[in-house]
Structure formats: C-alpha cells, structure tokens
Design a protein around this ligand. Structure first.
Ligand SMILES: [Ca+2]
Ligand SMILES: [Ca+2]
Length: 319
C-alpha cells in the first residue's frame, strides 16, 4: 500500500507557533546540530560562553562536575588566579606578548588556570549536544593551548557521556600541557555518538592531578573547535500517475508540473497512455503537482503530496 497524505494549505496557526517556540526553549543551553561541521572559535567569550558550553569543577570519570563561573573579563597569560576566563589565543602571540598586546587580540579562547584549590583535578571544558538523531561518525578537533608554562603539567582527557545526566564517561584521547603554543587534538568517536535521541556530553577534563609536587600549574585553553559528522543523504523516490478523461482514458501530451519544497519546478508530459513520471525526487518533502490544459478542466488540478515513498497513482481526471 502506498501512503499519500493530502494536506490542506493553511497559514501557521497560533497553536503551531506556540509549539515551535516551546521546542526552541527546550533546546536552550544545548547545541542543536545543523550541517557538519559544527565550529566554535570562542572569539565572543567576552560576552559569555557560547550556547552549549559550560566550564566545570569537581568532574570525575563518573560525575559531570558542577558548573563554575566563567570570567568574561580579559585576563592575561600570567594571571595566577585560579579560574576559567577569557584569554587571548596563543595564535599570533608569544609567551612574551605584553598584556596590552594580549588584550588587543580579537582571537579569544576559553582559558583555565588551575591552583591547589581550583580544578586540580576536576576542571572540565564541556560541550552539550541536544541530540544526534540521524547523524553519525563524529570526530572532534580543537586547539589545546598552553598560555603560561609553569612547573607542573596537567593531562586532560577527551571523553563523552550519554543522556541528560551521565554517570559514566568513556575516554577517547588525552593531551598534556607543555610549552607555550597550540597542539591540535583530534578525537574520533567511532559510532559511539551516533543517532542519540537524548543529550551527548563531550568533555576536555582533568581527571588526574597535575604532575609534580611543587610549583604552579600551567594556564591552558581551548580554541577553534570543530565537530564533524555525517548525515545521511536523503533518499529519492519516483512520483508518477496518469492524466485521465472522465471515462478513464489516458490523455496524452498533458503537462504536469511539480514544485518541490525548495520552490524548484519540473515539467513532465504524459505519454500516449496518459502516464507521467518524475524521477529522483527527494523524499520527506512536500511537493505541489499541477496539471494544465487549454481545452480541459480537471476535478482536482492541484494536488499537494507529502512524499514518504514512491507514489505511483497521483492521478488527475477531467470532469
Ligand atoms: Ca579564538
Ligand atoms: Ca608545565
């Protein structure tokens, strides 16, 4: 059995508008993925963290951690205050760049300075995806930067947890702070994040304490994050039918036009038996079919079809 749905065209109702607004508010604070890749350069962190990003302390392998304050004030590499803050990116600067040069940089990052009482261990940069339905093969790339090299080093783990409040996190790769500058980190999630109907958390987290027993911790940061994934290419279907006289005879050389969801129009002529055919029409969209003739009038000259599979009997009849 074919499934064709004929829908009435009507203006968006108040109820539908309210529903859409509600849907938007449900995903507030999470990243709603569009096309791949999702990217974030953090250059706007002077106004706050981007949607879907949090900074946390108290994170462990079984605990997401508690949301920490992000300091939006421009902070310099040498600041010894334990906090997450808005720093200049290492890109284009050196460890000797002055505070004025750092503050002049529009290339910003989410930075972290750990101390004995702040985030060592347990500091985490966290991004939250609303869902990954229909998406697969996730891989993450970002710049891990050391902005101030101190005696101790900290190893950060890239891990992920699934669901609204995950208590299990799976490590994927690690990176350790070092000399001033950027390291590019890539994390391939395989199929682990595919097609999740609920939230997905990805963390860059200090699960273990910094190395060494004396001295300060490095100031580190993340920049230029990119999350790539694949979306299935939409399947196509064929749309066909006949143009018939009132007594059921096929009408040849009738013109049927199809307007797709993007407003593109295609034309097809009926053959000697009244059959027309549109091939390779993207499934899942609503199309409008029109039949026109100078000499004939039709009972239903316009039909609106929601394409879910091949449609083979979209017929038109004359009076
Ligand atoms: Ca940046
Ligand atoms: Ca160090």
């Amino acid at each position: 059995m074919k499934t064709q749905r004929f829908i009435k065209t009507s203006s968006l109702s108040l109820a539908a508008t309210f529903f859409l607004l509600t849907m938007t508010s449900l995903t507030w604070g999470q990243i709603s993925l569009g096309t791949s890749p999702f990217t974030e350069n953090f250059d706007g962190v002077g106004a706050g963290l981007p949607t879907g990003f949090t900074v946390r302390t108290g994170a462990t392998a079984t605990n997401l951690g508690t949301t920490a304050t992000f300091v939006t004030t421009q902070t310099t590499f040498g600041s010894a205050t334990g906090q997450f803050a808005n720093y200049a990116s290492a890109d284009g600067l050196t460890s000797a760049s002055t505070p004025a040069q750092q503050n002049a940089s529009t290339d910003r990052v989410i930075g972290l300075r750990q101390t004995g009482t702040f985030g060592d261990p347990g500091a985490a940069f966290v991004l939250q995806l609303a869902k990954t339905t229909g998406k697969s093969s996730f891989s993450l790339a970002f710049k891990f930067q050391t902005l101030s090299e101190q005696t101790r080093d900290t190893t950060f783990t890239v891990d992920y947890g699934l669901g609204a409040s995950p208590t299990t996190f799976t490590p994927v790769t690690t990176v350790t702070s070092g000399t001033f500058g950027s390291q590019t980190v890539t994390a391939n999630f395989g199929t682990a994040l595919d097609n999740q109907s609920g939230p997905v958390f990805i963390r860059i987290v200090a699960l273990t304490g910094s190395s060494g027993t004396t001295g300060s911790r490095d100031t580190v940061a993340i920049d230029d994050l990119s999350l790539a994934f694949t979306s299935p290419t939409a399947a196509t279907v064929n749309l066909s039918g006949r143009v018939l006289s009132a007594n059921g005879r096929g009408i040849s050389r009738a013109v049927v036009s199809m307007t797709d969801g993007d407003g593109n129009r295609r034309l097809a002529f009926t053959n000697n038996f009244g059959y027309y055919l549109f091939e390779n029409v993207q499934v899942g969209q609503t199309v409008i079919l029109d039949v026109r003739s100078k000499w004939l009038s039709f009972t239903q000259p316009t039909q609106v079809i929601v394409l879910t599979e091949d449609a083979t009997t979209v017929n038109f009849r004359t009076y």
